[in-house]
Design a protein around this ligand. Structure first.
Ligand SMILES: Cc1cc2nc3c(=O)[nH]c(=O)nc-3n(C[C@H](O)[C@H](O)[C@H](O)COP(=O)(O)O)c2cc1C
Length: 200
């Protein structure tokens, strides 16, 4: 089948694209409200897009009335955010925080999720995250009903046990982020992996 996402099947774009282009990594984004409360929300329109400089992007869609989601608003106001990566132990809590609470009410306080201070930005990370990317906003672009938040990663937190002290590499046998699968509510494990050597 062919779907015309610009015209006839435009209504189906989200369901089809989000179910086909998967698994997607999940950014559990923390930001600061001007009142100092910590906002948290998951975004699976997310990825790392470069390493020189280290860059990430996440894309909050606008609300139905065209207003930005809190995460986008705080990024524009404060210029900082933290991407907390999500493993199975955090999956339920991450999904809970996608609930829309009134602006200025912290999802983390509401759901009793502990935080730790970051080093290079004022926005804290989620204490139990396996890894966190401390970011400064490089640019925010609006395309239709989407806001593309591009961040430059300042510092990277990785839980001690996930770094092999001998090689200083990530222990990929221990790090299993979850992936976002088909709309609306499917996820995958990443603990079954395989290797294919690249030709040199
Ligand atoms: C796993 C998951 C991934 C999500 N990804 C996105 C996304 O990429 N873009 C988006 O606009 N909303 C996404 N959402 C919904 C937001 O998390 C939700 O709208 C949230 O309330 C936004 O919070 P905020 O207003 O505090 O930014 C996702 C929800 C879940 C559970």
């Amino acid at each position: 089948m062919i779907f015309d996402l610009q015209h006839q099947h435009a209504e189906r774009a989200y369901t089809l694209l989000a179910s086909l282009v998967c698994p997607r990594p999940i950014a559990w984004v923390t930001t600061l409200h001007p009142n100092g409360s910590i906002n948290a929300a998951p975004f699976s329109f997310f990825n790392v897009i470069g390493d020189e400089p280290p860059m990430v992007i996440f894309c909050p869609g606008n609300r139905e009335d065209g207003s930005p989601k809190d995460s986008a608003l705080h990024c524009a106001e404060q210029g900082e955010f933290v991407v907390n990566l999500v493993d199975l132990s955090l999956a339920d809590a991450m999904v809970q925080t996608s609930q829309s609470l009134p602006s200025g009410v912290s999802e983390l306080e509401h759901f009793h999720i502990a935080t730790e201070p970051s080093q290079s930005v004022a926005v804290p990370r989620i204490a139990a995250t396996p890894a966190a990317l401390e970011c400064r906003v490089h640019d925010i672009q609006e395309i239709g009903g989407n806001r593309l938040v591009i961040g430059l990663v300042q510092r990277l937190f990785v839980r001690d046990d996930l770094i092999d002290p001998a090689t200083e590499r990530l222990r990929t046998d221990l790090y299993h982020p979850i992936g976002r699968m088909a709309v609306p509510d499917w996820y995958c494990h990443t603990n079954v992996q395989f290797e294919i050597k690249r030709p040199r």
